[in-house]
Design a protein around this ligand. Structure first.
Ligand SMILES: NC(=O)C1=CN([C@@H]2O[C@H](COP(=O)(O)OP(=O)(O)OC[C@H]3O[C@@H](n4cnc5c(N)ncnc54)[C@H](OP(=O)(O)O)[C@@H]3O)[C@@H](O)[C@H]2O)C=CC1
Ligand SMILES: [Mg+2]
Length: 307
């Protein structure tokens, strides 16, 4: 059994020559901890930790949400004693993510991605020797050839395609029943963001993107930690006939502004069948797909601005 902790920051002062903003002070302190092992060990004595077991965080259930308690350094206990002592349970992030507050969801996602990366990079791919983690956990080094390994993220594009009046949503068979989302896909090596969007839209629904506009980005913990880069895109006028790639998608369709606006208003989507079909619903607020769809509903013309 392994219990693993990630440090969060808790330090009141940082020496500097002029008054820096709280954000800059905090950022420089965190950067210092990556390089200064002694400072990092000292911080661990007073730091607050989230606890994980097999990549599942320790959470407490409270009505319709989960709370992610933070702890100071603990004595090593077995999992059942730890759960009893701290009045919580180790729960898969996939199950709990949407019932956490935004700050905890973001920190836990980051911590889990880092833990997963360390777990998968225990050996040097050149020498085959065990790699060694630095105190902060921000890199691993091969002691025999000094190669440094840094945590990596996989870029994924997510695109809401519109023809100006409707938007295109799709679902994979792995999605919960009835849920539709924007088109997503992993970037290929060597591709720009724009090329990845054009290729994914062509591959998945057979359409040619005319214009695209960057919206926002998000770290996403599933399946292995990705940087989701969200864009609005438009297709050429009159070229809206889709050819769904059934190897990648279960279904895709154009939805009207009214249909999408109504689905967006449903805070608690019904997962029950109605008249033999599952009602149409959209990804939860925390997902960048939701933000992208909300932006389009509020300003459907935002995706048809000149490039
Ligand atoms: N936050 C959000 O709002 C949303 C997030 N997403 C996330 O976006 C991710 C990507 O979307 P998805 O449509 O599945 O992606 P793709 O359309 O690229 O198709 C997935 C396929 O790509 C291959 N693949 C898996 N991992 C990689 C990788 N690291 N690099 C290159 N190819 C890979 C696999 O194919 P094979 O097995 O044949 O090798 C996999 O079946 C999903 O994991 C999902 O979690 C999706 C929608 C909304
Ligand atoms: Mg896809």
């Amino acid at each position: 059994m392994s219990l693993y902790c990630g440090i969060t920051r808790r330090r009141k002062s940082f020496w500097c020559c002029r008054l820096l903003s709280t954000y800059v002070t905090k950022t420089r302190y965190l950067s210092e901890l990556k390089e200064d092992d002694d400072a990092c060990k000292k911080a661990q004595q007073t730091g607050a930790f989230y606890l994980f077991h097999n990549l599942a965080p320790l959470l407490q259930k409270s009505e319709h949400q989960y709370l992610a308690p933070q702890h100071s350094l603990l004595a090593s206990l077995q999992k059942p004693e730890m759960e009893t002592e701290l009045k919580g349970s180790f729960i898969g992030l996939r199950k709990a993510l949407f019932q956490l507050n935004v700050k905890d969801a973001s920190l836990l996602s980051t911590a889990q991605a880092l833990l997963r990366w360390h777990d998968a990079h225990q050996f040097c791919s050149r020498s085959g020797q065990p790699t060694k983690k630095n105190v902060a956990g921000s890199k691993r080094v091969c002691p025999s050839n000094k190669i440094i390994y840094y945590p990596q993220m996989t870029p994924v594009v997510i695109t809401l395609v519109s023809d100006g009046t409707q938007c295109l949503l799709a679902r994979q068979s792995s999605f919960p029943e009835g849920m539709y989302s924007a088109l997503a896909g992993f970037c290929d090596i060597g591709e720009s963001l724009e090329e990845a969007v054009r290729r994914e839209v062509a591959e998945e629904v057979g359409l040619e993107v005319e214009r695209l506009q960057y919206s926002a980005s998000q770290h996403w913990p599933f399946p292995n930690g990705a940087l989701m880069i969200a864009c609005h895109a438009t297709v050429k006028p009159g070229q809206t006939e889709i050819q769904v790639n059934l190897r990648e998608l279960e279904a895709a369709a154009w939805f009207s502004h009214d249909e999408v606006a109504t689905a967006l208003r449903k805070d608690n989507p019904s997962y029950q069948q109605q008249n033999g079909a599952f009602p149409f619903w959209l990804p939860p607020k925390l997902a960048i797909a939701h933000q992208l769809i909300k932006e389009w509903v509020e300003k459907p013309t935002c995706s048809i601005l000149p490039p």
